[in-house]
Every structure is written in structure tokens, then in C-alpha cells.
Design a protein around this ligand. Structure first.
Ligand SMILES: C[S@@+](CC[C@H](N)C(=O)[O-])C[C@H]1O[C@@H](n2cnc3c(N)ncnc32)[C@H](O)[C@@H]1O
Length: 358
């Protein structure tokens, strides 16, 4: 369908804050990016770790089981995948869980997904009758709960502000008959005071603020506070803010210039780099513990991904081995996903020293 501002519910000449604009561009039913295209893989627009290698998902399965053990093997253990994409990660998780019958009997699995197109794809891929797709966490009532998401947080639209002489201006888009135009408006007092409440955002002249992402996390933290547990997030991001616009638009595994967005709205993925320092401060303000933020390389290697690869290569021919280690390199190398991707786990229980972070 050709882009038309009316289809997205944008009114002419009004200033739409960046996060509201992106929310429609990405998630508007039928025409938003995640509801009208299949984004994943070599023939899609981008590739994620579970699609690169099943080893990523197997290792995450082992980490989840180690958390269940840390909680002293409760008979009811809830697991919520945030933004399961094409279902690749959960498909391997459920297959791996079958090899651990005691855990498999205790676990209740929930998938939290907002794209109706992706829900259909997930239902086809994941063969497990015991999985529930949910739109909120009300049905999770008993037992600890672990939430986890790979590239979930960076898919939730952010706000951006420039700060000049202590005046905050919010980035917006306005739409006229020629198309989209980037513009600014004075930031609301409530947003300014939210931003100022974070030490890490002080003295920045360009601020990215994940207001909608924090809204999602608040619902998650509320559930964890009621039942105990934690939330694990894996994303592309940085530890200290660097006064830079980190939005990126990707189509067919290539970056697209933001200026050309007009031609591509609904056809490109638009993400940003996650500010992990800000996430940590957010969790700690809510009295959650965060031990370390680690790189994907550290997390996967500490959990034994290389040892696992060496076991499975024994049954492979030379081409399969080459492919296995090329994929592993992509997950682990510092110039690929190893260093840029970070892992954070926030939890609210007395337990400490979860595997993967020490
Ligand atoms: C970049 S994709 C990552 C997919 C998958 N986790 C992977 O690693 O391949 C982001 C996923 O999060 C979902 N998503 C984004 N915002 C969401 C929200 N607020 N609630 C539920 N799902 C959301 C998207 O529809 C998509 O499935």
C-alpha cells in the first residue's frame, strides 16, 4: 500500500512527537512495518542472534534453567518472552527444555507480542500446545517469573530532545502535502522533570529518552515485585550517553537515510541504540538489583557456548563445521555482535550471583 498520512492517522501540519510517530510507522495495524512485512533473515531486512545460530538459543535455555535452580526449583516457574519475532528463539528453547524433564514440567511459557502478523508466524513455528500468547501479565498469578527479550527494548520507540541553555526541545515530525518534515516543539514540563531525575542524562545537550520502553518495563517490574523473579534484556547499545542521535533505519540488511523516510514509512525498521547505563539507573531507582552489564560475548562464553560448539561439531562434516564457527564468530567477535550487544539482568530477590555475569 502506498504511504498516505491519513492511513497512519497523522493529521496535516500538526507536530507529532518522534515516539508517537514511530509507534504508528512500526506498529499501526495492517500498514505499520511489523504488521505488513516479514522483517527477519537474509531475505528480510535484518538478522538477529537466534536466527544466526541455534547455539544462542540453547545457551539462553541453559541460563534460564540455571535461574530456576537458583530459585530452588519451584514447581511453578513462569517464563515470558518479550517480542518473540519469528519464534526462532522460543522454538529452540522449548526443544532444549524437553531434555530437562523436571524443569519442563514446572515451566509455564508466555509470549508477549504486539504484531498480529508475527503472532501468526510464531504459532506456525513453535510446536508446543502449552504456550500462551498474552497482551498483559494478568494471567501470571503464582510462582517466580522471568521475563527476557532479545532486541525487544530497541524496538520500542524513543523520544529525543535537544537542550539549549537549559531549554528542552522535543523532536517531532510534521506532515504537509509534500511529505514529512523534522521539526521541534517545547518539551512538556513532566517529560523534562522525568529526564532530570536521571543522573546519567544530566549535562547532555542531546537526550534520547525511552518513555514508552519504561512504561513497558514498569508493568514488568510490578509483576516481578508481586511474584519475585527478574528481567533479562539483550540489545545493541552503549554504557554512557554520547550526545548523539542513535536512530537507525534498516531495509534489506542495509541502512536507509532518515531523510528518505518519506518514501519508506511502513517499509523500514527504525531502531536505536539502547542506553544501558540509563536502564541500570532506572532499575536501581525501582529497588531492583543489577550486578553487571556484560557484553554478549562475555555472557555467551561464560555460559559455555564454545564448549557446546565443540561437542556438536563432532557429528558434522567440514562444511557444516565451517558454517557453525562462522556463525559463532558473528555472535562473539568484537567487530560483529560480541561487544556492541550487551546483556543486563535486573532482579528483586535475595539471591545473587546469577550465572553469566561474573
Ligand atoms: C527486533 S524484533 C526482535 C525479535 C526477536 N526477539 C529476535 O531476536 O529475533 C522486536 C520484536 O518485539 C516486538 N515488540 C516491539 N514492541 C513491543 C511491545 N510493546 N509489546 C510486545 N511486542 C513488541 C516486535 O513486534 C518484534 O517481535
Amino acid at each position: 500500500m502506498k504511504y498516505n498520512h491519513k492511513n497512519f492517522g497523522f493529521s496535516l501540519n500538526s507536530k507529532i512527537p518522534l515516539d508517537n510517530f514511530l509507534e504508528k510507522a512500526l506498529y499501526e495495524p495492517k500498514i505499520g512495518y511489523y504488521n505488513n512485512r516479514f522483517p527477519f533473515g537474509k531475505d528480510g531486512d535484518f538478522v538477529t542472534s537466534p536466527i544466526i545460530s541455534n547455539l544462542f538459543s540453547e545457551i539462553l535455555a541453559i541460563w534460564i534453567i540455571s535461574v530456576w535452580e537458583k530459585f530452588e526449583k519451584p514447581k511453578i516457574f513462569n517464563l515470558v518472552e518479550l517480542g518473540p519475532g519469528d519464534g526462532s528463539l522460543m522454538n529452540i528453547l522449548t526443544q532444549t527444555f524437553k531434555r530437562f524433564p523436571e524443569f519442563n514440567k514446572s515451566v509455564n511459557i508466555f509470549l508477549y507480542e504486539k504484531s498480529s502478523l508475527l503472532i501468526k508466524i510464531q504459532k506456525k513455528r513453535i510446536e508446543n500446545k502449552h504456550i500462551k500468547w498474552i497482551k498483559n501479565y494478568n494471567s501470571i498469578k503464582k510462582g517466580p517469573v522471568i521475563f527476557f527479550g532479545n532486541e525487544f527494548f530497541d524496538a520500542i520507540p524513543i523520544k529525543q530532545f535537544t537542550v539549549n541553555n537549559k531549554i528542552f526541545l522535543e523532536k517531532c515530525f510534521s506532515i504537509n502535502n509534500k511529505g514529512l518534515k523534522e521539526t521541534y516543539k517545547k518539551a512538556s514540563l513532566s517529560d523534562v522533570s522525568l529526564i532530570k531525575s536521571f543522573n546519567i542524562l544530566n549535562k547532555q545537550n542531546f537526550v534520547e529518552y525511552p518513555k514508552l520502553g519504561f512504561k513497558e518495563l514498569n508493568k514488568i517490574l510490578k509483576k516481578i515485585s508481586a511474584l519475585s523473579g527478574g528481567v533479562l534484556l539483550i540489545d545493541y547499545g552503549y554504557l554512557k550517553p554520547f550526545n548523539r542521535n542513535t536512530l537507525q533505519t534498516v531495509m534489506k540488511n542495509k541502512k536507509v537515510k532518515m531523510e528518505n523516510l518519506n518514501n519508506y514509512i511502513g517499509k523500514v525498521d527504525i531502531t536505536y541504540l539502547v542506553n544501558f547505563g540509563l536502564l541500570k539507573e532506572f532499575f536501581e531507582k525501582k529497588n531492583f538489583k543489577v550486578k553487571n552489564i556484560v557484553t554478549q560475548k562475555f555472557f555467551l562464553e561464560t555460559m559455555g557456548i564454545i564448549e557446546r560448539a565443540k561437542i556438536i561439531e563432532k557429528n558434522m562434516n567440514d562444511d557444516q563445521k565451517k558454517d557453525l564457527f562462522l556463525r559463532l564468530r558473528r555472535l562473539l567477535h568484537k567487530d560483529s555482535m560480541g561487544k556492541l550487544f550487551k546483556v543486563i539482568f535486573a532482579y528483586n530477590c535475595k539471591k545473587n550471583n546469577f550465572l553469566g555475569f561474573n
